[in-house]
Design a binder for this molecule. Structure first.
Ligand SMILES: Cc1ncc(COP(=O)(O)O)c(C=O)c1O
Length: 431
């Protein structure tokens, strides 16, 4: 049996979509069984901050394997204490307590618990098109109509008390307005939602600062400052899910630092460890963390594993030493510019959005083929031509967006290569 046959025979195929087997990774490239290389502009869901096969990170993990590996969250380790200190150092001022997790989803669950406990209950408000993970609470906050929401049997697993507000999605405004004259209707609607759902008894508003999986939705300037004001007005906590946008992906260590808005709780994951071992973290204000100290109600066997902490520490050390956050900002701006040049060339590209190395472009149909078919064809053609991206495409959500969040080591040459492949793939799809 081939690897693919074995995989299809034994693995529950609830995630796998592409018939590709990767056997090796180095730098910006993954290699399949035939030796063909693929430029990784997905960064494997944005987790792979240093690219593939980073020797320094591998060496640090090898040394950690020999030193100490299995210690549960019941005990302190040098690695855990050092990473806790580092996380507080790199995060916005005022976030002084941290807890570690294994995935973005479980970190979001903890953030929700923190908010509910600190506020003594209350609704959680999130945004349509936002994504927060696949465990129950994180999925309930998700506003993207994933399988768990759509399938009537599975949706029974979703907890109650979650409400979705209108997303700040100017290209597809829920109110049919134009950005120049809308007066930020989505912000007004959020206030209405807060008032209707409990007013000063709302537990929290949770969102990604830039909605990544929902189609790289960059809220208009001033939106987050407005949300912060509303949260302060009604006493709700603001949770930023920076599982994708954090750790340099958007050109600042955390996207909220660009926005100059500090949340009460900040969640990060994916790229925190460089993606070589699972790991996530939740940061919060001191008093929120200290309130939670009183009760013993959260932790996973592997949450604070020394391997996770070592991986994150080494990853952050390399990111800082090599100026990779600045690289994300500069190379991301270059990618944005090159995508805009493609937009001039191809009518089907309607909007280019993003910040730093989180970029995406929205597609419409060309009259012969609808946008969903075109998006799928383009995605497959790019993959065939050796470029890995992600496709956000859902008929019920009416958007088709090619999403990219490559590693922070991405160079201008990598961008040129990626854009060349997108160009070539568009040409053949539109023939
Ligand atoms: C913004 C955001 N939050 C949370 C998650 C969940 O992270 P994980 O897949 O590690 O559980 C994701 C995953 O894609 C995400 O994009």
């Amino acid at each position: 049996m081939t690897t693919l046959e074995k995989d299809k025979k034994y693995l529950i195929q609830c995630y796998t979509t592409d018939d590709l087997v990767f056997v090796k990774g180095k730098g910006m490239y993954l290699y399949d069984e035939t030796g063909k290389s693929y430029l990784d502009f997905s960064g494997q869901f944005s987790a792979c901050t240093l690219g593939h096969g980073n020797e320094e990170l591998a060496e640090a993990l090898r040394a950690q394997l020999e030193k100490i590996v299995s210690v549960t969250s019941c005990f302190a380790t040098e690695e855990r204490a050092a990473l806790a200190e580092k996380m507080v150092e790199i995060s916005p001022e005022g976030l002084d307590k941290v807890m570690f997790g294994c995935t973005g989803s479980d970190a979001n669950e903890f953030a929700l618990k923190l908010a509910k406990y600190y506020r003594g209950g209350g609704r959680i408000i999130s945004f349509r098109r936002g994504f927060h993970g696949s465990t129950a609470g994180a999925a309930a906050a998700t506003g993207k109509s994933e399988m768990i929401q759509e399938h009537s049997a599975i949706s029974e697993l979703l907890p109650r008390g979650f409400v979705h507000s209108a997303p700040p999605y100017c290209y597809h405004c829920d109110f049919g307005k134009e950005p120049k004259s809308c007066g930020m209707q989505c912000l007004k609607y959020l206030e209405q939602t807060m008032l209707h759902e409990g007013g000063d008894r709302i537990a929290a508003v949770i969102s990604e600062p830039i909605f990544a999986a929902g189609g790289v939705i960059v809220p208009p300037e001033g939106f987050w400052k407005g949300v912060r004001k509303l949260c302060d007005k009604y006493g709700a906590l603001l949770i930023f899910d920076e599982v994708v946008t954090g750790i340099g992906q958007t050109g600042t260590m955390f996207a909220c630092q660009y926005e100059e808005v500090t949340p009460d709780i900040l969640v990060t994951g994916k790229g925190l460890t460089g993606g070589y071992v699972p790991g996530s973290a939740v940061l919060c204000r001191k008093e929120i963390g200290e309130a939670m100290d009183q009760i013993n109600l959260h932790g996973h066997t592997h949450s604070c594993y020394p391997m996770t902490c070592r991986s994150a520490l080494k990853n952050l050390e390399i990111i800082e030493r090599d100026g990779l956050v600045d690289n994300s900002s500069a190379t991301g701006a270059y990618l944005h510019q090159k995508l805009n040049e493609l937009k001039e060339k191809y009518d089907v590209i309607k909007d280019v959005r993003g910040r730093g190395l989180l970029q995406g472009f929205e597609i419409e149909g060309d009259g012969r083929e609808d946008k969903y078919a075109l998006g799928q064809k383009l995605y497959e053609e790019m993959l065939k031509n050796g470029l890995i991206t992600e496709l956000e495409s859902r008929r019920n959500l009416e958007n088709v967006v090619v999403v990219m969040h490559p590693a922070l080591i991405t160079s201008r040459e990598n961008v040129d290569e990626a854009v060349e492949i997108i160009d070539k793939s568009l040409q053949s799809c539109l023939k």
